[in-house]
Design a protein around this ligand. Structure first.
Ligand SMILES: NC(=O)c1ccc[n+]([C@@H]2O[C@H](COP(=O)([O-])OP(=O)(O)OC[C@H]3O[C@@H](n4cnc5c(N)ncnc54)[C@H](OP(=O)(O)O)[C@@H]3O)[C@@H](O)[C@H]2O)c1
Length: 267
């Protein structure tokens, strides 16, 4: 049996849908299971809820959006429970190889190391930045997008493609044991490309200006730095490298990132 954690999150939901569409039995692990579903309660912050008995393949979707110590403890609890409960194979959704400058990279690399050092079989899916996230970082004022993305390019990917890749691996994990896939796009796009597609103008701004706006925006203390690390990595072309790993796994071309990012711009 396959269990996908974070089942109510966007990526996990898409993984469950992809497996279900392929007639592969799957259950969702979530903090808030719905009564009438086959979901199981899984809250990494509450190790007492972690029961992976009967699970052969655990799709461990990262549970980000917190400080490193919190995320690391969550993932440690999940891997320890998998070891204890006899899980055969962990598929972990990590971060693109070139993402080490991002503010949330350390917790991903810690988790990769934790999994590699466990006796379980594993596959690491190093997911690229979502195209939907790029669009969300480009909210316009009127007809103008202002963002500190410079002229940098980024090999973003649609969540649906990443979900399909996870589904392909989870449904037949053995051939993927010990593999690290770098699931970035097969083309890199710029903020200018996305804005133009959406019929908007794009004006680069400084990181300092964006930090000021974010700091006034009621975010949690760690969030401005994490978001700025995305802008800065893109602006300086650290996330521009492309690979063919994604299209090899899903056996088709990835979705057009400009269309996906453009559709995600919140007007
Ligand atoms: N590649 C990228 O561009 C990118 C961008 C942002 C985030 N990420 C990472 O990718 C993950 C999935 O992305 P997404 O877009 O699907 O995020 P999302 O829609 O915000 O979903 C995140 C899910 O994480 C689960 N979660 C949170 N705290 C948890 C806990 N204590 N124990 C167990 N599960 C917990 C929750 O699932 P339930 O509600 O079902 O409990 C939540 O819905 C994120 O969590 C983050 O680590 C990647």
């Amino acid at each position: 049996m396959i269990l996908v954690t974070g089942a109510h999150g966007q990526l996990s939901r898409a993984i469950v849908e992809s497996l279900t569409a392929a007639n592969v039995p799957v259950i969702g692990g979530t903090r808030n299971p719905t009564e009438w579903s086959s979901e199981r309660r899984v809250d990494f912050d509450d190790p007492g809820t972690l029961d992976f008995t009967g699970v052969d393949t655990l799709v461990l979707v990262s549970a980000g959006y917190a400080e490193d110590d919190v995320v690391i403890a969550r993932h440690d609890h999940a891997v320890a429970a998998a070891e204890r409960d006899g899980v055969q194979h962990i598929v972990y959704t990590s971060l693109a190889t070139d993402g080490d400058h991002l503010g949330f990279a350390l917790a991903h690399r810690w988790t990769e190391r934790r999994i590699r050092n466990s006796p379980l079989r594993w596959t690491i899916l190093r997911n690229g930045i979502y195209a939907e996230l790029l669009g969300a970082l480009m909210a316009p004022t009127g007809d103008v997008v202002t963002a500190p993305l410079g002229t940098g390019a980024v090999a973003v990917v649609a969540r649906a493609d990443l979900a399909e890749a996870a589904s392909v691996v989870a449904s037949n994990p053995k051939p993927h044991a010990g593999q690290v896939y770098d699931l970035v796009g097969s083309q890199a796009i710029t903020a200018q490309d996305v804005a133009q597609h959406a019929g908007l103008d794009y004006q680069p701004e400084t990181l300092n200006a964006r930090r000021g706006a974010l700091s006034a925006g009621g975010l949690l203390p760690f969030q401005p730095s994490m978001l700025l690390s995305i802008y800065s990595s893109v602006a300086n072309d650290f996330l521009a490298r492309t690979t063919n790993d994604l299209e090899t796994l899903i056996a088709r071309s990835p979705m057009d990132p400009t269309l996906v990012a453009g559709a995600a711009i919140q007007h």
